[in-house]
Each structure stands twice: as structure tokens, then as C-alpha cells.
Design a protein around this ligand. Structure first.
Ligand code: ZN
Length: 265
């Protein structure tokens, strides 16, 4: 697995590269004795991954695009890097990890936030001093910060990222249930606020969630025969259960629309 554009601090077993075709192609070429999955979360990296796949040949290069906040992405990468998982399981593992990941974002302002959309009152409140907001990206909710983030304790993995300046006065670490396992520092994010803090945690142990994803869905890709539930990251064929299929006919493998390529959510 190669995580394109991943920040420093992600799981040590994750190979990181810049969103640069030469960098990705060189790193992937050195690993091509085995299957390689290029994992991305932003559009720039996704384009580089597609180009690298064209350059290196699609047979052994899979694409997995994960639309998630950067800390949740780091949790997914930890899941993908845990244990000796087959590359073709990347999509299933990613889905299973995201389903059990909780993310909260503390923002100093929601004036530039478009998704989830704040109310007019919250928008105007952003211009008042000492206000802060808590965003739940999964539920698509925005709330006024009232002293707690709502991050559950007991999670196996706690990942944090934050702007250079604290959002609220005092120790932000007191808002966390415990010391973070991973601190991504100040990565590029889509939170358009001067001060922000993003936290994600996984419910359960990383290895268990990853392993559970494999045992729960024994499926074989129609096109290449690899074990590949959800979406085969090599052939970009969606789960057969999600496709309409006439009895007794196999669905032809044709070009897959760009928006379906390995997209997890
Ligand atoms: Zn396949």
C-alpha cells in the first residue's frame, strides 16, 4: 500500500509519497513483485494515482479513494497496515474501519464551512469573540461548543490533528479522553477556519476490525478472481450485490465511471 499525500505521523508501516507521479511510480515500481494499492483522499492525489496506474499497468496496481477527514483517513491507513492483509481486501477493510470511527472537529469559525452547512445564527456567531463550534462530519451536524467534544473513550486508536493555534483557551488535550496515539501535527485539511482541531477514534482494536471485515464478506471479484468484497480495487468493479444482474448472466466488465472508481464513501 502507498498512501499518496499522507501526512507524517501515520502508521509506520504505511509507505507515504508526495502527490507526484515520478515519486509514486518509483515507489510503486520497487514493490511491484506484489499487488500495490494506491490510497488517496484528495482529488490531486487521486489524479496522480490514476496516472501512475496507467504508467505501471493496471494488473497489479489498485486504487482506493477514501473520502474522509484526515484523522479518519489515518485510522483507515492503520487498519490497512495492520497485519498481513491481502491488497484486494483494501476496500472492505476501509469501509469496516470507517463504520466504527468517530470524528469530531472543533472550529473557531463556521463562516466558511459549507458541508455540513451551519445555520445563519451559527454563521453570524462565528464573528463573535471566543465562540467555537463542534462539527460531526458523519452525521453532518454543527453545534455550538459547550465544553466537550463528544469523542468516546475506550477507543483503540486516537488520532488528532490541529492548527498551530489552539481553538479554545486552556488545555485542548483536556477535551480528549486520553493521550492521543497519533498526532498528525498541522496537515493540509479542508477546514477553512483559522483555528481548528480534528480528532478521530476507532471503536475496538484495529486488527480485530480489519480481520472482521475479511471474515464477514467472502466474495470473489468476477473479473480477476481475487478475494474482493465491496469493490475490487484492481478492476474497479463494484460489489456484485450492488449491481443489477439478470439471472444466469455475468455482468460485462466495462469502463467504470470515474466517480465509482474505488470510492468508499
Ligand atoms: Zn478484480
Amino acid at each position: 500500500m502507498i498512501a499518496i499525500g499522507a501526512p507524517e505521523g501515520v502508521h509506520p508501516a504505511v509507505r507515504r509519497t508526495a502527490p507526484d507521479l515520478a515519486d509514486v511510480a518509483t515507489t510503486a515500481a520497487a514493490m511491484l513483485a506484489d499487488d500495490v494499492v494506491l490510497v488517496t483522499r484528495d482529488e490531486e492525489s487521486r489524479k496522480v494515482a490514476r496516472s501512475a496506474r496507467l504508467v505501471l499497468g493496471p494488473e497489479h496496481v489498485g486504487l482506493l479513494h477514501v473520502t474522509a477527514p484526515v484523522t479518519a483517513w489515518a485510522v483507515v491507513l492503520s487498519g490497512l497496515a495492520s497485519g498481513d492483509l491481502p491488497a484486494s481486501s483494501a476496500s472492505a477493510v476501509s469501509e469496516a474501519v470507517l463504520a466504527r470511527t468517530t470524528t469530531r472537529v472543533l472550529l473557531s469559525s463556521v463562516a466558511s464551512l459549507d458541508r455540513p452547512a451551519p445555520t445563519l445564527r451559527q454563521h453570524l456567531g462565528s464573528y463573535l469573540p471566543r465562540t467555537a463550534f463542534v462539527v460531526d462530519p458523519d452525521r453532518g451536524t454543527v453545534g455550538r461548543f459547550s465544553g466537550r467534544l463528544g469523542i468516546p473513550d475506550g477507543g483503540d486508536l486516537l488520532v488528532v490533528a490541529r492548527s498551530g493555534r489552539a481553538v479554545v483557551r486552556g488545555a485542548e488535550s483536556e477535551l480528549l479522553p486520553r493521550e492521543p496515539d497519533v498526532d498528525l501535527g498541522v496537515p493540509a485539511t479542508s477546514w477553512r477556519a483559522a483555528r481548528w482541531m480534528e480528532v478521530s477514534t476507532l471503536d475496538g482494536a484495529v486488527c480485530d476490525v480489519a480481520a472482521g471485515a475479511l471474515s464477514a464478506r467472502p466474495e470473489v471479484c468476477d473479473a480477476c478472481g481475487r478475494d474482493a468484497s465491496v469493490t475490487c480495487v484492481f478492476c474497479q468493479v463494484a460489489d456484485r450485490r450492488a449491481r443489477p444482474q439478470a439471472p444466469g448472466r455475468t455482468t460485462p466488465v466495462g469502463p467504470v465511471p470515474a466517480e465509482l472508481e474505488g470510492a468508499v464513501r
